[in-house]
Design a protein around this ligand. Structure first.
Ligand code: 13P
Ligand code: SF4
Length: 330
C-alpha cells in the first residue's frame, strides 16, 4: 500500500475504534501527523494518563509506552514498534546494583544515596530507584526533582544520562562526577552513571562556533542530553517542548541552530532554522515506527488479534509507579 492508502485506512480505523494515537516529537512526519496527542516525555505521560479511551497506540520508544502502562494499568497500551531507546538500554537492574555497590566501596552507604532516574530507563531500573526511596525525572523537570532530592541531605545517584546530570549540576553550581571517572564520588553532590544519548553526542562546540562565525546574531538551542560544553555555549537549553515554545516566541527572522533530533528540527519552521550538526541527527529507534506499523497495530484491534501490547511485571510495575508518582507529586 502507498503512504496515502495507509493514512486513509488509519483515519478510518481511528474513527471506528476507541483509540488514541500518541506520538513523540521525534517521530517521522507522516506518523506524527496521525497523532491525537503529541508532546515531550512528561506531557505524553500526563496526557495519556488523562485520556479516556481504553486503547492507546504509542508511537515512540519502549520506556514511554511502559511508563504509561505503569501509570494507567487499566489501559491497553500498544506500540507499533517496541523500539528501545539506546540510552535506556545502557543500564539494567544489575548495572544499577553494581553502581550502588561501587559507591559503597567508595564509602557511600546505600542509606546515604537518593537515586533519581531519567524517564529514559527501563521499568526495572525505575523499580529499583522506587524501592530505594528515589524518583523519576524528565528533561523538563530534572532541575526541580534534583533540588527536591538534595533536600534529603543525601548524595544523588543520577542514572542513566551523565550529560543531563552534569548539566543540571552546572546550572545549580553543584559538584558532579561520573562513576569510574577516577574522582572521589564523596566529593560530589550528583554522582552520574556513565550513560548517554548517541544522537545528542553528535553536537559539538565546533558546530556552535561554525554557526556563530557564519551568522552574528544566531541563537544556539540545545537539549540537556547534549554534552555540558555544548549546553554551556548555548543560548537556550530545554526539553523538546521547551525548545518548541522558545522558538515559537522568537521573531520569525531570528536565525536558530538547534541541537536535537532531526524530525523535530525539520518541522519547526519554514526558514532561518538549522540543524546544529553537519551529520543528520536521527534517532534510529524513534525512526523505526512507520505508517504501515501504525496501520497494522490498529488493524490488530479491529480484528481482535491484538499485537505489540506493552506488559509490565506487577512487582516491577508497583515500585516503578511509586518512583513515577513521586515525580508527579513534585
Ligand atoms: P523530551 O522529554 O525532551 O521529549 O526528551 C525525550 C528524549 O528522548 C530526548 O532524546
Ligand atoms: Fe533515546 Fe537519544 Fe533516541 Fe532520545 S534521541 S529516544 S535519548 S536514543
Amino acid at each position: 500500500m502507498t503512504n496515502e492508502a495507509y493514512k486513509k485506512e488509519i483515519i478510518r480505523l481511528k474513527d471506528k475504534l476507541d483509540v488514541t494515537i500518541v506520538a513523540h516529537f521525534y517521530q517521522k512526519d507522516e506518523v506524527f501527523d496521525m497523532a491525537d496527542i503529541s508532546g515531550d516525555s512528561l506531557q505524553l505521560a500526563q496526557m495519556a494518563m488523562e485520556d479516556n479511551n481504553p486503547y492507546l497506540i504509542f508511537c515512540g520508544v519502549g520506556f514511554m509506552g511502559e511508563s504509561v502502562k505503569i501509570l494507567s494499568p487499566e489501559k491497553r497500551v500498544l506500540m507499533p514498534k517496541i523500539a528501545c531507546c539506546a540510552m535506556a538500554r545502557m543500564i539494567d537492574g544489575e548495572h544499577y546494583d553494581t553502581s550502588v555497590a561501587l559507591l559503597k566501596k567508595s564509602g557511600i552507604e546505600k542509606e546515604d544515596i537518593l537515586p533519581i532516574t531519567y524517564i529514559n530507563s527501563s521499568a526495572e531500573v525505575k523499580a529499583k530507584v522506587g524501592e530505594m526511596g528515589g524518583m523519576v525525572c524528565t528533561s523538563s523537570n530534572a532541575k526541580k526533582i534534583i533540588e527536591k532530592g538534595l533536600k534529603s541531605g543525601k548524595k544523588i545517584l543520577f542514572v542513566p544520562d551523565k550529560c543531563l546530570g552534569q548539566n543540571i549540576a552546572i546550572m545549580m553550581g553543584l559538584k558532579s562526577c561520573v562513576i569510574g571517572d577516577g574522582t572521589d564520588p564523596k566529593e560530589s553532590d550528583i554522582i552520574c552513571y556513565n550513560g548517554f544519548c548517541s544522537v545528542h553526542q553528535l553536537f559539538d562546540v565546533d558546530d556552535i562556533e561554525f554557526y556563530r562565525n557564519k551568522y552574528d546574531d544566531i541563537k544556539i538551542i540545545s537539549h540537556p542530553e547534549c554534552k555540558p560544553e555544548v549546553c554551556e555555549a548555548s543560548d537556550f537549553v530545554g526539553s523538546t517542548s521547551q525548545i518548541i515554545k522558545y522558538i515559537k516566541e522568537l521573531d520569525p527572522e531570528q536565525k536558530v541552530a538547534v541541537g536535537t533530533e532531526f524530525n523535530l528540527v525539520n518541522r519547526l519552521r519554514d526558514k532561518n532554522t538549522y540543524v546544529l550538526s553537519s551529520t543528520k541527527p536521527e534517532c534510529p529507534t524513534m525512526n523505526e515506527t512507520t505508517l504501515e506499523d501504525l496501520y497494522n497495530t490498529l488493524k490488530s484491534i479491529e480484528d481482535d488479534k491484538i499485537t505489540n501490547e506493552v506488559q509490565v511485571e506487577p512487582e516491577v510495575a508497583k515500585w516503578a509507579k511509586i518512583a513515577l508518582e513521586r515525580m508527579f507529586e513534585i
